[in-house]
Write a protein that binds this ligand. Structure first.
Ligand code: ZN
Length: 329
């Protein structure tokens, strides 16, 4: 018996040390890419120009006067936009160097077949103005050791792009991705006794939104109101976006509203939901908006402007939700 156990222990230890050695070797190969080019001698497809600045500002809702008029500069956060190839991509020699693709292929080979962009950082060295010609180079700055995230286990890859305007340094753009092996699907949780199918997800109730769910329990839809500036807010938050005051009370929604916007969910399917169904952004009579389901009409009859009225839907023994019923007529 003891011999068997010792053999098993030894095998496990050998497997573990082999896996560790493979990991060290992989990291060594990944790190060898640090400092290699990700893009070389890139050139912006268009010079910095007013129409792209205008579209950006409209999309962002940015009305800063610095971005219009004869002395306009480009919004600094557009830095990367001037380097992008657009739908048709970059042509000719411009753009991605083979090292970046080789790095991604190495990670693919190590099982990290999925990718997600995680964040970017920018530094601004000089404003960009209409007419500036943009050129850039990018380098693979770092590859992280193996990290485990909710998505799965993998490596963060950071590239740094140096952007120039008419040959002068204009800024840097660091872009980070996670190349990872998707986490194995967790086994479905056991069905609670007495329920026929999968349950709808439970709301996350915390100290910031406890009052909202207390209201739902009492069939009252409560909107937070800042007691300093009277601004209403929804969803519930610990402070006022208008004046930063942490003090608030509540007002009860009348229950009247209209569909401000909506989507029809077809895919992906979630347990406990039966697609297609409409998910609406409802504008309450009080002015705040909330996301909910529309009841009383088929999903394809939901329309922007549809008048709706609050009701409470008993989902199961432990869940009741505010939803909105289409008003007749
Ligand atoms: Zn306020």
């Amino acid at each position: 018996m003891s011999t068997d156990r010792t053999t098993a222990d030894r095998t496990t230890t050998a497997d573990a040390s082999e896996a560790a050695a493979q990991e060290v070797e992989l990291l060594r190969r990944l790190r060898a890419f640090e400092g290699r080019p990700a893009a070389t001698a890139g050139r912006g497809k268009d010079p910095v120009n007013a129409p792209m600045i205008r579209h950006w500002c409209e999309a962002m809702g940015d009305t800063n006067p610095a971005y219009t008029g004869p002395d306009a500069i480009a919004p600094p956060t557009m830095l990367q936009a001037w380097t992008m190839g657009g739908l048709s991509g970059h042509t000719g020699h411009t753009g991605r160097s083979p090292a970046y693709d080789e790095l991604l292929a190495l990670l693919d080979g190590a099982g990290c077949t999925s990718v997600v962009a995680t964040d970017c950082e920018q530094e601004y060295l000089r404003p960009l103005r209409p007419g500036d010609e943009v050129t850039f180079d990018a380098v693979i700055e770092s590859v992280s050791p193996r990290k485990t995230t909710r998505l799965g286990t993998g490596h963060f890859v950071t590239t740094r792009m140096d952007v120039r305007a008419n040959g002068e340094p204009a800024g840097t753009h660091r872009f980070r991705i996670l190349k990872y092996a998707p986490a194995a699907k967790r086994p479905a949780p056991p069905k609670p006794a007495g329920t026929a199918g999968p349950q709808r997800p439970r709301p996350v109730v915390n100290r910031d939104n406890q009052g909202f769910w207390d209201g739902v329990r009492d069939h009252r839809l409560l909107i937070q109101r800042c007691t300093a500036c009277a601004t209403l807010r929804f969803p519930w938050l610990p402070g006022c976006n208008a004046c930063s005051s942490p003090d608030w009370d509540t007002v009860e929604a009348s229950g009247a509203g209209t569909v401000f916007s909506y989507v029809v969910m077809h895919h992906p399917p979630f347990p406990a939901f039966d697609p297609p169904y409409a998910v609406a952004l409802v504008e309450l009579a009080e002015g705040v908006r909330m996301i909910s389901n529309i009841t009383g009409v088929p999903y394809d009859k939901v329309r922007i402007g549809l008048p709706v009225r609050l009701e409470f839907l008993r989902v199961d023994d432990t869940l009741e939700l505010p939803v909105f019923r289409a008003e007749a007529g």
